[in-house]
Design a binder for this molecule. Structure first.
Ligand SMILES: Cc1ncc(C[n+]2csc(CCOP(=O)(O)OP(=O)(O)O)c2C)c(N)n1
Ligand SMILES: [Mg+2]
Length: 345
């Protein structure tokens, strides 16, 4: 796969589109995966079970992290708190070819592999609806929120060669386990340990209502995170803001791990502005961004109603089926793939 086509921004944007499409396709489709004909009820799975709302944020984080670290030839680990966002994780593993290394059923043509990926998602005897140890690189069941941050610190403890990015849901950020794990930062930052980057996915909603963090002012949230001993940085979906935040993270740990190395201060920021505490990213997105905005008069994107299946009647309701077709088409997935060669990223 080509990592850079001259512009990180283009690569990241295309990759997010591809992964978002694959997430929606896994959630809904049992046929017509490349939309070669008009979508029909027969193309929709009989039982819609999975989580859309967190997927776009996972895809944004994953694409930016991958671009940034791969461009530097840096090995990195990704710890995913919201394991219910499995369609997004699975999509990224599919794009990177990691899934086909682990599953021999994915070694056919691109179209066959795509069909297998979508049909098997959340299917009896197939892939589960959440991340699980069946997924390459996953060691925990993905249904229990809370311990991702603790696991990330534990994994980097005594491993200065490791770089770990950990994505936390803002609902997850209300669990005792996650909140108490923030204390690790005071014990952790030394040249004997790896680099851990917590990323709070601030989509402002959890399963059936708003999150506490989403209802705080930016200042309150920053003060909370600062109080634990981090340097909070707000980022949104913009490639530049994410890259800037990752550069701060890189510089912070370079100073710890290699204090004598010359550090290249860039991005038009003065040396004094760089963090002297471990960076903590806050990725602000709309919950379910890219999906249906209103369904039957109810606000879905940017609301808890985007959490699971935003179009629950797509199998029987012509209006929801049409909305699903438009949603899928909005990613222009056909421009990102070749039915024979696979991804054109
Ligand atoms: C310990 C625990 N409690 C409850 C749940 C049920 N649950 C699944 S997803 C979810 C909401 C998570 O919200 P958030 O962390 O904000 O993730 P988002 O989907 O918004 O990214 C909850 C409560 C769970 N998986 N684990
Ligand atoms: Mg949330």
């Amino acid at each position: 796969m080509v990592i850079m086509d001259g512009s990180g921004k283009t690569y990241v944007a295309k990759r997010i589109r591809a992964a978002d499409y694959l997430a929606v396709a896994q959630l809904f489709l049992q046929d017509n995966f490349l939309l070669e004909r008009e979508l029909s009820f027969d193309d929709i799975k009989p039982r819609l079970l999975g989580h859309w709302g967190t997927c776009h944020g996972i895809d944004v984080a994953y694409a930016n992290l991958k671009y940034f670290f791969d461009a530097r030839g840096k090995k990195w680990d990704f710890v995913l708190g919201p394991g219910h966002g499995f369609p997004a994780l699975q999509a990224n593993l599919f794009i990177d070819g990691v899934l086909s290394e682990a599953d021999e059923n994915l070694r056919g043509s691109f179209s066959e592999n795509l069909a297998y990926l979508c049909r098997q998602f959340s299917w009896p005897g197939g892939y589960p609806s959440h991340a699980s140890p069946l997924t390459p690189g996953v060691i925990c069941e993905g249904g229990e929120l809370g311990y991702a941050l603790g696991a990330a610190y534990g994994s980097a403890l005594g491993h200065p060669e490791k770089t770990i990015a950990v994505l936390l849901g803002d609902g997850e950020f209300e669990t005792a386990t996650c909140l108490s794990s923030l204390n690790f930062v005071k014990l952790f930052t030394s040249r004997h340990n790896g680099a851990v980057l917590p990323i709070l996915h601030l989509n402002s909603y959890k399963i059936s209502g708003p999150t506490i963090s989403g209802r705080k002012s930016e200042r309150e949230l920053f003060e909370q995170i600062r109080g634990f001993g981090y340097f909070p940085i707000m980022t949104d979906e913009d490639f530049g803001s994410f890259e800037f935040a990752l550069r701060l993270f890189e510089i912070f740990y370079a100073k710890i791990h290699n204090p004598s190395a010359k550090i290249e201060y860039a991005y038009g920021i003065s040396k004094n502005a760089y963090a002297n505490k471990p960076p903590f990213l806050i990725l602000k997105t709309e919950k379910g961004a890219g999906g249906p905005k209103y369904v039957k008069g109810k606000k879905v994107a940017g609301n808890y109603l985007a959490h699971q299946i935003p179009l629950p009647e797509a199998k029987n309701d012509p209006e929801e089926l049409k909305a699903l077709e438009e949603w899928l088409k909005s990613y222009r997935f056909n421009e990102l793939v070749d039915a024979e060669k696979g991804f054109l990223l």
